[in-house]
Design a protein around this ligand. Structure first.
Ligand code: HDE
Length: 746
């Protein structure tokens, strides 16, 4: 092509003036008002680099104006074609828009958290009850004081893209944006930890993460290095036992307890101190998956917990937890009833020290942007407010160092407290200056104190109102040494208490979990060592697992601890609210759709979520009634999503159901007992095995037989009409599962 033709084909070279063959320029979208600021982000006003305040949206809605711009605010006329020497020629290096766009993209990812990489978060509010005022002067715990919060839940072991329903500990980290500065309660859903001293943290994490040669398995503890570590460091026994219990596979983030793990020290207005352990108690109760459900969910919906949390909040079913404390006298030994409070492998049974409620957490808003909020949030157990202080737990000491250190790498420098999600809602005047990603334009000339140039500002708080007052605790006369107190040597009495507190079903699940995990190990020596650890907890546990491994059960190598069970540790035996539960209704066009509609209404009235499961998407209609919208199809539904399953009554000759009728329509010669759709039978079989309530009415009971579900089994309710069975199904849901069906090897 000659030069003249080339110029014509590319337009006449004037930006914005398309040539005859140029692609159409997209219309800019209409400008719209910026999003209103969120209450929990009404943090200090950021200033633009010129020192002028940013627009009224406080920097929340990062994008302004109707036109696409470069990062410098220049408006490109084309964002879809690189600048080339001729349409088929080489791309020119001088195309700044191309280079800026790609360069920014190249740096979009930041390092994931070294642990707790996979998380989901929500905004909310915390309201103090005032009941803690006797023991702490923390303002946010005052009566009816409302404090914005941001809570991030996480798994520990998996990468950012790993599945949710793995067997693991869950993080439960809460940032309180109090008027006295940020307080972070960086806890877990398990009240004890694997190790007693932070110096072992890299070791336990290296052992639990995927093997360094093949980088497998992902997000699992079921492998040799994990079990090698936890059987060589028997202080890990208690935490491991909790992981192998149902606590390791929560039903939802909304149905987990949370724990501060360490003992903290509270200080009241009179300077008196009390030792405390923090507990989060979920209003919906403590519920778990069964192992097979967890495995199914990791394939069919790896975002199971993330989706559940976001959906519930979007639907207005705001999850709530009560914050509570166990309190202990701040004695010289730092122990209570013989339990060392500085040993993070210990709990104090609630029967010995009841949990006293001090406030209510409500999560009521999903994040606007995952990266900006959930990914960039930075918690730190040393973010404390006046009235809450630390103790000498050696694990906590290491954490106080570790979090800020890792965040400097993860968030690219020391200024991450200026990121919107991390900004305190209290005024900040920190005299910290410069550094990577400094976004504040600091004023004044004297970033030191005392000074005589900036009016002496900033000033120091009075000793009574300030943070980080070291409580003047006497330290024992000591010499430097590497070691732990003798009380840290008891690794088995607390696990034995946990085991003895479990119901038979929960014990069966624990045996199943150990058996599964250890059967995934290759080294027999590790399995044998694990059995020795179990023998030191309880013979029934050890023998049950040994049977599953095909190995001999050893005798304990020390006397078994004499401990009382703590019934509060069991998840069973209580009735819980049914709000937010998901009920699946299997139906097709041969069903009485009026009855389906009325069942949906009753489920909604009870505060639960009805989902209609049908052969195809869209709506069910059969002429005589209004259509019924379909939310799941036989192909997309799996039992794990539902807390109960209903089979809608079928009408018509022979009461064929769910596929059988279709089979006959396709082939009139099909036998009269043509089978229902196998996916419905699978759904029912799983729901039955997993202890879910099942209801069927109006002839649909026949499908139960096909699925191998006995009509007279516990938790299976069959009746003539929907009305008669719904109340009974709802009553079953209050116990979470039909426990009478276990142990069934699930
Ligand atoms: Fe953490 N932990 N941890 N941890 N931890 C991190 O901090 C660490 C421990 C917990 O959603 C990291 O910013 C050490 C106990 C949660 O952002 C890191 C030790 C408990 C989260 C770190 C512990 C926790 C973390 C990784 C032993 C329960 C996720 C990224 C001394 C009380 C927070 C980061 C979020 C995250 C270190 C033990 C809870 C590396 C050294 C015990 C919930 O700094």
């Amino acid at each position: 092509m000659n030069e003249k033709k080339q110029k014509k084909a590319a337009g006449d070279g004037i930006p914005g003036k398309p040539g005859p063959e140029s692609p159409p320029v997209a219309e800019p979208t209409t400008p719209r008002d910026p999003l209103p600021p969120k209450a929990d982000q009404s943090a200090p006003e950021p200033y633009s680099p010129t020192g002028a305040p940013t627009d009224g949206d406080r920097g929340r809605s990062a994008q302004r104006g109707a036109y696409l711009t470069t990062a410098q605010g220049n408006r490109p006329y084309d964002s879809d074609h690189s600048l080339k020497a001729g349409r088929r020629g080489p791309v020119l290096l001088q195309d700044h828009h191309l280079r800026e766009k790609i360069t920014h993209f190249d740096h979009e990812r930041i390092p994931e958290r070294v642990v707790h990489a996979r998380g989901a978060a929500a905004h909310g509010v915390f309201r103090g009850y005032g009941s803690a005022e006797q023991i702490t002067k923390a303002a946010f715990l005052g009566e009816d004081v409302e404090t914005p919060v941001f809570v991030r839940f996480s798994t520990v072991l998996g990468s950012r893209g790993s599945a949710d329903a793995v067997r693991d500990t869950r993080g439960f980290a809460t940032k309180f944006y109090t008027t006295e500065g940020v307080f972070d309660l960086v806890g877990n859903n398990i009240p004890v930890f694997f190790i007693q001293d932070a110096i072992k943290f890299p070791d336990v994490v290296h052992a639990a993460k995927p093997h360094p040669d093949r980088e497998i398995p992902q997000a699992q503890s079921a492998h040799d290095t994990f079990w090698d570590f936890v059987t060589l460091h028997t202080e890990a026994t208690h935490h491991t036992l909790w992981n192998m219990s149902d606590r390791g596979i929560p039903r939802s983030y909304r149905t987990m307890e949370g724990f501060g793990v360490h003992t903290f020290r509270m200080v009241n207005a009179r300077g008196e101190t009390t030792l405390v352990k923090f507990h989060w108690k979920p209003k919906l109760g403590i519920h778990s998956l069964v192992w097979e459900e967890a495995q199914i969910s990791n394939g069919m919906d790896p975002d199971f917990h993330r989706r559940d949390l976001a959906d519930a909040i979007e639907a207005g079913a705001f999850p709530e937890w009560e914050l509570g404390v166990q309190t202990f006298p701040d004695n010289e030994e730092q122990s209570f009833e013989g339990i060392d409070l500085l040993d993070p492998t210990n709990i104090v049974p609630e029967e010995l020290a009841p949990v006293q409620p001090i406030g209510l957490l409500t999560l009521n808003a999903n994040p606007t942007n995952f990266f900006a909020e959930t990914e960039q949030v930075a918690f730190h157990p040393g973010h404390l407010v006046p009235g809450i202080d630390i103790t000498d737990d050696p694990l906590l000491a290491g954490r106080l160092f570790s979090y800020i250190d890792t965040q400097i790498t993860r968030l690219g420098g020391p200024n991450f407290a200026q990121l919107p999600i991390n900004r305190p809602h209290a005024p900040v005047n920190d005299m910290l200056r410069d550094g990577m990603h400094q976004t504040a334009v600091h004023r004044g000339t004297a970033p030191y104190r005392p000074n005589s140039l900036d009016g002496g500002c900033p000033f120091l708080a009075g000793r009574d109102e300030g943070a980080y007052i070291e409580v003047p605790v006497d330290l024992p006369a000591a010499k430097k040494e590497r070691g732990a107190p003798a009380s840290f040597d008891d690794h088995f009495s607390q696990p034995r208490r946990f085991w003895l507190s479990m119901t038979p079903v929960e014990r069966e699940h624990i045996i199943g979990a150990y058996t599964f995990e250890l059967n995934k190990c290759h080294e027999t020596a590790i399995k044998q060592r694990a059995l020795q650890v179990l023998a030191n907890i309880d013979a029934e546990l050890c023998q049950g697992v040994a049977r599953g491994l095909g190995l001999a059960a050893p005798d304990p190598d020390r006397p078994l601890a004499a401990v009382e069970p703590s019934p509060a540790l069991s998840q069973l035996g209580r009735q819980w609210p049914v709000e937010g539960r998901v009920v699946g209704i299997v139906a097709d066009e041969g069903c009485d759709l009026d009855a389906v509609r009325s069942a949906r209404g009753s489920i909604l009235d009870a505060g639960m979520v009805p989902l209609v499961i049908a052969p195809a998407g869209g709506a069910l209609q059969n002429g005589s009634t209004q259509p019924v919208a379909v939310q799941r199809t036989f192909a997309t539904a799996r039992s794990v999503e539902f807390d109960a399953v209903l089979l809608a009554g079928v009408t018509g000759p022979g009461a064929d159901a769910y596929g059988a009728r279709d089979a006959k329509a396709a082939d009139p010669a099909a036998p009269a007992d043509a089978a229902s759709d196998p996916r419905v039978l699978l759904l029912l079989g799983e729901a039955y095995r997993h202890g879910k309530a099942i209801g069927a009415w109006g002839g649909a009971g026949r499908v139960l037989q096909e699925a191998g579900v006995p009509e007279d089994a516990a938790g299976v309710v069959v009746g003539d009409g929907a009305g008669g069975i719904l109340d009974r199904v709802f009553a079953l849901l209050a116990s979470h599962r039909v426990w009478d069906r276990f142990p069934a090897g699930a």
